[in-house]
Design a protein around this ligand. Structure first.
Ligand code: M6R
Length: 366
């Protein structure tokens, strides 16, 4: 039931802090992170020398973040692919110790299941990151990582997205400890950073009025461009997907540095651009992209870190996020503004946010 919320999307956005808290608490054991249902021994984990992440839609975006976390924390090379592309590639370059990770909220996405079967056929161990107990993905895989976000009713994924990212972060830490790239103290340090996420998300949720105000920029727009760098290029992809999925407004996302290689031609007075520009190593580079956007008269809505005057002085609206200790975790906080923004835009355009046209919750045909 909706329990006082206007729609399931609003309810599920609000449930994110508790979902992440629940997941984190249930995965902390005396010896570190518990992922028993992966069904992999310490030796098997330590031996993993390549990972294929395969997924669709929002779950593919989780995969992009997981790739960075695994490569940075566990030093294992990762390939991340759309299942629909992977399934028709001629050659799959696996080693004896390649692991395949499929990410699927519903556990029923046909393309993703086909990819898992292909990998199993090649002799590769497959595990599924999924939110649905006993789903096809869970049953057909060698191991599972349950996301425990609770049922997601809205077609547009919100709480499963953020919880899946946290589940993948836990996996990256588990792998890093198994293969010796992190000791127990380092793992606890990263776990402590993850444990700050629920309150950071609560802070973002308390600022929904900022998203409501910014939504006015998109009400009559025909198109929007989302920009971000590094891990937040993925936040841009996810923000654009949310917006187009529920508001039917065309939105495109690019890594901010790619703007000058084409999309800059779109810019004209009033064209809406959403820039994700937190305090991080690429902050100044993204600020110069915002300057290029503003110089062409376009309207910029930014997601930025509290107190960042360099962004506030340039942009029409700023969606503020509190400081996040580890910049690799910013996507889990910043995306919440983009979920809330997309919902306000969709509602202002009279759309049914829970049941967007032409879409199904799980896509069971290829
Ligand atoms: O259940 P899955 O995670 O496998 O679903 C994959 C996509 O169909 C799904 O994420 C889709 O992109 C969402 N509607 C996005 O909000």
């Amino acid at each position: 039931t909706l329990g006082g919320y206007a729609d399931f999307m609003e309810k599920e956005i609000a449930e994110q802090p508790e979902a992440i808290e629940r997941l984190l608490k249930s995965r902390l054991g005396e010896k570190g992170i518990l992922l028993d249902e992966l069904r992999m021994s310490e030796e098997d984990l330590a031996a993993v020398d390549r990972i294929f992440i395969i997924a669709c839609g929002t779950s593919y975006h989780v995969g992009l973040i997981a790739r960075t976390l695994i490569q940075t924390w566990a030093h294992v090379p990762v390939v991340c692919e759309y299942a629909s592309e992977f399934n028709y590639e001629q050659d799959v370059l696996i080693t004896e110790h390649t692991l395949c990770m499929i990410i699927t909220q519903s556990g029923e996405t046909a393309d993703t299941l086909t990819a898992a079967r292909r990998m199993k056929g090649l002799g590769c161990k497959v595990f599924a990151v999924t939110n649905v107990l006993g789903s096809s993905a869970a049953r057909e895989s060698d191991g599972v990582l349950y996301v425990q976000a609770g049922p997601e009713v809205c077609v547009c994924s919100t709480k499963a997205y953020t919880a899946q990212m946290v589940a993948c972060a836990l996996f990256a830490l588990r792998l890093a400890q198994a293969n010796g790239h992190m000791d127990a103290t380092e793992v606890s340090g990263h776990y402590a950073d993850l444990a700050t996420l629920p309150d950071l998300i609560r802070t973002v949720l308390s600022r929904a009025w900022q998203d409501k105000q910014a939504a006015a920029v998109f009400r009559r727009a025909h198109s929007a461009l989302f920009l971000g760098r590094g891990v937040n290029s993925t936040t841009a992809y996810e923000g654009a997907l949310k917006l187009k999925e529920i508001s039917y407004l065309h939105a495109e996302a690019y890594p901010a540095g790619e703007m000058k290689h084409g999309p800059i031609a779109l810019l004209e007075p009033g064209f809406p651009v959403v820039a994700i520009v937190p305090e991080d190593r690429v902050h100044d580079k993204t600020v110069s992209n915002i300057q290029e956007v503003i110089a062409r008269g376009a309207t910029c809505v930014a997601v930025a870190t509290d107190g960042d005057e360099s962004v506030a002085s340039l942009c029409e609206h700023v969606l503020w996020i509190p400081p996040v200790e580890d910049e690799l975790l910013v996507p889990i906080v910043a995306v919440v503004h983009l979920q809330v923004l997309a919902r306000y835009v969709a509602r202002s355009r009279g759309c049914d946010v829970d049941k967007p046209r032409n879409l199904a919750k799980s896509v069971t045909v290829e």
